[in-house]
Ligand binder design. Structure first.
Ligand code: ACO
Length: 314
């Protein structure tokens, strides 16, 4: 499998940390020093429009037309559609004419989608698969809770994958843990529901997630390199889920790698869930920073708790 095109679309509205100070007991200084985040983009209600734009840009970047796409996978934790799936909405907006499917692998969703695409391509029945990650974590948090709402931003990012290239290695893991990270849907007005659940914004034990993120990313990347028979120094770019600069730094120092190999853009977007890795990938690709033959290690973690890591040659 190889990635042949990338694209992304982010909302116009940019909200700086200082703007949050007006309604939250927080500060630009706290957010910057604890997370590295300086600002985030927040959409106006049209996430599907962003998703379709990211998809179009990825297809164009791949040098294809939308009719060349024969499968569309959308990774989305949450969006305004209960049904249909976001991928079906994106299909209509882009004019694609292929089967569509949504997945929810939380912030690790992109790597899960990549692994699925790899398996579909290996089966030989598909040529070009479009992966679109469209996320609005800003609608999942309680905006009176400073512990979570400052961390997230909205975005859509996509890529087109096709057969060919060197083998891609994956390492996926799920360790069920509802306590540390969860949010609840409401039960609606079902007269038979005994739970009385009314829906609850996302809540998170930040320190537990932090520890999990650092240890799993470090372990997964080491294990992938061992399987591939290469040293960590043989990796050119470590493209990690953009949740917190301190997490990136902790992984980087454990792997004893230079700062330049750990690109980041979370200062401008915050945590955009599964869109974060393809958003960064698109930024690097369009800036000409990914050269053919270079090795990339990707790693993401999220609610579940899920992790996904991948080693591929660009
Ligand atoms: N502004 C000011 N103070 C704050 C804020 C805020 N926005 N948020 C928390 N605080 C306070 C706390 O109340 C606490 O105060 P106290 O000491 O008086 O009790 C203090 O700051 C320290 O809080 P901690 O939670 O210990 O801060 P920590 O250094 O652990 O940073 C953070 C918190 C940024 C959440 C960090 O733990 C983290 O990044 N964890 C990983 C989270 C993550 O990556 N999640 C991604 C997965 S999400 C998904 O999959 C959908």
């Amino acid at each position: 499998m190889k990635i042949i095109g990338t694209g992304s679309a982010t909302p116009e509205l940019v909200v700086k940390n200082t703007e949050l100070e007006s309604f939250l007991d927080t500060s630009d200084e706290w957010i910057r020093t604890r997370t590295g985040i300086e600002e985030r983009h927040i959409h106006d209600g049209n996430l599907e429009g962003l998703a379709a734009e990211a998809a179009r840009r990825a297809v164009e970047n791949a040098g294809l037309s939308i009719s060349d796409i024969d499968f569309l996978i959308c990774s989305s934790v949450y969006n305004r559609f209960m049904v249909p799936a976001m991928s079906c909405v994106v299909q209509g907006l882009t004019g694609a004419a292929c089967p569509c499917l949504d997945i929810n692998g939380a912030c690790a969703g992109f790597v899960y989608a990549l692994e699925m695409a790899d398996a579909y391509l290996a089966r030989g029945r598909h040529r070009n698969i479009l992966i679109v990650c469209a996320e609005e974590p800003t609608r999942m948090v309680d905006w009176t809770n400073r512990a979570t709402c400052v961390l997230f931003g909205d975005a859509a990012a996509a890529c087109v994958v096709t057969s060919g290239g060197d083998d891609v290695l994956f390492r996926m893991h799920t360790a069920s843990n509802i306590d540390v990270l969860h949010g609840y849907n409401s039960a609606g007005n079902c007269p038979y529901d005994k739970s009385g659940r009314t829906g609850e914004a996302m809540s998170m034990n930040g320190q537990e997630v932090y520890k999990f993120a650092v240890s799993s990313a470090t372990e997964d990347i080491r294990a992938l390199c061992e399987t591939a028979g290469i040293s960590l120094d043989g990796i050119d770019h470590f493209v990690l889920h953009q949740a917190n600069l301190r997490i990136l730094e902790a992984v980087r120092t454990r792997l004893r790698q230079p700062v330049e190999k750990f690109p980041h853009n979370l200062e401008h977007y915050g945590n955009t869930s599964s869109a974060s890795v393809p958003l960064l990938l698109d930024e690097l690709h369009r800036a000409g920073k990914l050269k053919a033959g270079q090795r990339l290690a990707m790693s993401a973690f999220g609610a579940g708790l899920t992790t996904g890591a991948c080693l591929l040659t660009w």
